[in-house]
Design a protein around this ligand. Structure first.
Ligand SMILES: [Zn+2]
Length: 165
């Protein structure tokens, strides 16, 4: 089971400081995205009516407003186009360096580029053109009320990491 709350706050759950999405079916209509992450799949939604592929996944097609969407897989590897590396003053709950990158998923991908956090990467290692791959990790669980009981919902999230460490 994941650690409760933000680790630095030692088992407390301050909801206003929770930086991770609520992933339970009861709260989130794209909960399947997170179920797929658990299976090691990186997915998004494609509209069955007009074919538009959206990322992040949607519950309504942004092009034609259809709700008839299906899940498709995206590549789990890509190349760094450019990035930022935040070393000092990173937000509570994150470790330094906090790296974000635009990642090119390649010609064959219906989504050409995505913005993602890069983890497992020391300061100064990442370069434009570095190859990165999907990594799924546990994040603190969150409480939901189920018939007067509190149930803790396990959560995962994703980032990318350098292919060669
Ligand atoms: Zn559509």
């Amino acid at each position: 089971m994941a650690v409760l709350g933000i680790p630095i706050l030692e088992d407390k759950y301050p909801v206003t400081m929770d930086m991770w999405p609520l992933q339970a079916k009861e709260f989130n209509r794209i909960y399947k995205f997170y179920e797929h992450l658990r299976e090691g799949r990186f997915t998004t939604t494609r509209c069955r009516t007009c074919g538009h592929v959206a990322y992040p996944p949607r519950v309504i097609c942004p092009e034609c407003y259809s709700e008839d969407l299906e899940w498709i897989d995206l590549p789990k590897r890509g190349k760094v186009l450019n990035f930022t590396e935040e070393v000092r003053g990173v937000p509570l709950g994150f470790e330094s360096p906090l790296i974000h990158a635009w990642i090119d998923l390649g010609e064959g991908s219906p989504i050409k580029r995505i913005l993602s956090r890069i983890i497992n990467c020391p300061v100064g290692k990442l370069q434009e053109g570095s190859e990165v791959q999907l990594v799924v990790f546990e994040v603190p669980s969150h409480p939901i009320e189920v018939k007067k009981d509190t149930k803790w919902v396990e959560r995962v999230f994703f980032a990318f990491e350098p292919v060669e460490k």
